[in-house]
Design a protein around this ligand. Structure first.
Ligand code: PLP
Length: 383
């Protein structure tokens, strides 16, 4: 038995994505820049994927830059937009305390180049306030970067309002939509988004592929120089298999977001209510959360031991964001919420998809209850 509840770390590859990728592993190995039939076929697949990704977020194909994933898209957005600002003396960036390290560390790297950073706090529920963003804006603000949805607690941020605010001040707005894409509807024009990051492996594509949407109006300088692929924005031979898979997965997940979200949210809510019956448990993050995200803490146990024990019982879960796995530092997201240290230590992230079933959710809840009880008993008897 395997119950996979770690979809926010990486989702299963969709059948349509695998089918779109397969020819580029087997019969079509040409370089998309080559002029022969193999190269032309690879290039056509990239053109199609660019259209599919653009369509899914209401953008133009010319506004999609394929990258190696969410981390690269975030780096490109934050560093390049900041450097445009620096050209006109703007060296201030606004972001939040709960961003993914790909954004936070890109901002921190810019501080070494003389940029100033405002890191906004979030409420105890995990939301940034639009009025805090407004108060932080300065005449020299070069960029605002606020994630669309958080990867640890799933809170959906007021992206459209922040986008509107930034647009009214003429400040470029970036959103990390790595967890939001395919789970909530995104429209870059309606939401006034200038830059938006997506990663393929979170939505059923392959690892090592993603894209950055960059509004045509921004003349972003590239981070990677070379042969001029991706319209000069991202040099390096393209990855036709990964890009074709991303286009196909993006099209499929965005086709019926509401239907999939309703099914997943019903399972999420049942899981939350079952887990909150365990004594000394509490839910992290409140309000509007991603349809598949549950972050819950159990007092008196270590999240790492819980995850390892669940793995032995056939359940894949995370104790903090997978990208921070292996690090013993407490979650910066739960810390930003003001969560008690004991509850931070005992946190568990379970992320569902519409591939899960109600039976799996009920079985997982039973097993978690049992494991939490055993770990607490063990801790008590060792004390
Ligand atoms: N941003 C968010 C919100 C994420 O959850 C992740 C990965 O967990 C990333 C960025 C990085 O994406 P990638 O794994 O494609 O580099």
């Amino acid at each position: 038995m395997l119950i996979y509840l770690d979809n926010a770390a990486s989702a299963p590859v969709r059948k349509c994505a695998l089918e779109a990728a397969m020819p580029f592993f087997t019969e079509c190995y040409g370089n998309p820049s080559s002029e022969h039939s193999q190269g032309r076929r690879a290039k056509l697949a990239i053109i199609k994927a660019r259209e599919q990704c653009a369509e899914a977020i209401g953008a133009k194909p010319s506004e999609i830059i394929f990258t190696s994933g969410g981390t690269e898209s975030d780096n490109l957005a934050v560093k390049s937009a900041a450097r445009i600002g620096a050209g006109s003396g703007k060296r201030h960036i606004v972001t939040t305390a709960i961003e993914h390290p790909a954004v936070l560390n890109s901002c921190k790297a810019l501080c070494k180049e003389g940029f100033r950073l405002t890191i906004l706090p979030v409420s105890s529920d995990g939301f940034v306030s639009v009025s805090d963003v407004e108060k932080a804006l300065r005449p020299d603000t070069a960029l605002v970067s606020v994630m669309a949805a958080n990867n640890e607690i799933g809170t959906v941020q007021p992206t459209a309002q922040i986008g509107g605010l930034c647009a009214s001040r003429g400040i470029p707005f970036h959103t990390d939509a790595v967890q939001a894409a395919g789970n909530i509807e995104l429209d870059v024009n309606r939401m006034n988004i200038d830059l938006l990051s997506v990663s393929a492996h979170k939505l059923g594509g392959l690892k090592g592929t993603g894209f950055l949407y960059c509004a045509d109006r921004l003349a972003l300088p590239p981070l990677i120089d070379g042969g001029g692929q991706e319209n000069g924005m991202r040099s390096g031979t393209e990855n036709p298999a990964g890009i074709a898979a991303l286009g196909s997965a993006m099209e499929e997940v965005c086709r019926d977001i509401r239907g999939r979200a309703m099914k997943t949210a019903a399972m999420r809510d049942e899981l939350i209510s079952l887990l909150l019956q365990i004594p000394d448990s509490r839910l992290n993050g409140g309000g509007e959360r991603l349809c598949g995200c549950v972050n819950i803490s159990f007092r008196g146990i270590e999240g790492e031991s819980l995850v390892l024990n669940l793995d032995m019982r056939g359940i894949c879960a995370s104790s903090a964001s997978a990208c921070a796995g292996g690090s013993t530092l407490p979650s910066h997201v739960l810390t930003a919420l003001g969560t008690d240290e004991e509850y931070i230590k005992g946190s568990l992230r379970l992320t569902l998809s519409d591939n899960n079933t109600v039976e799996e959710i009920r079985t997982a809840a039973e097993i978690i209850k049992d494991v939490v009880g055993k770990l607490r008993y063990l801790r008590g008897s060792l004390a």
